[in-house]
Design a protein around this ligand. Sequence first.
Ligand code: HEC
Length: 186
Amino acid sequence: MRSPEFRLVVKTVCATLAILALVGALGAYAFMRSGFYNIAATSQHLQFVYTFLEQGMHHSVRFHARDISAPALTDEAMIARGAVLYRDHCVQCHGAPGVAPAGIGMGMQPVPGPLIDARSKWQPNQMYWIVRHGIKMSGMPAWEYRMSDEQLWQVVAFMQRLPELTPAQYAAAVKESGTDEKSGQP
Ligand code: HEC
């Protein structure tokens, strides 16, 4: 049998925690309603907000991509087609060796980083998931309805090669002037 004193302590602790949680939630709501947080793309997130969102994104991608298995990504023709898709749909925001992002990419917040290090941050199945579904509230578009599944894997295959390319090699890889059959965009 627990003593009445013990039960009183447990009850007091629980009530205190509940009140603190309520005060916290109300405080967060009041802060949101105040409009004080600056959502301008010209001002960076506070570091802890950025870290929170970034880590949440990583966990979400890892979770949602868990059942996807990547095909072989070493075929040269596949990588070459991926390079053209990258030039048409990605370089504007992410840049490439020797190519700065266009104004649209430079004006975004979060800034779409160069994908040179993407290979070390993401497994191919996770990259595929990101490119296919996009990332909410970040500006990373979803390509699911704009590229075929085959093309999505071609871009992923190209991203495996990207870190090794010099500016001259990148320029040569994207020189082929094909059009993306699905969207018809140059
Ligand atoms: C309109 C701009 C835009 C375009 C076009 C775009 N992206 Fe993104 N991308 C973003 C933004 C913004 C993020 C999020 C950056 C962050 O969270 O730090 C992102 C994130 C990513 C990430 C995760 C990167 C990381 O640092 O963790 C990958 C991989 C990626 N994009 C690949 C692509 C590919 C491949 C294409 C072309 C098919 C593409 N993106 C086209 C804006 C864009």
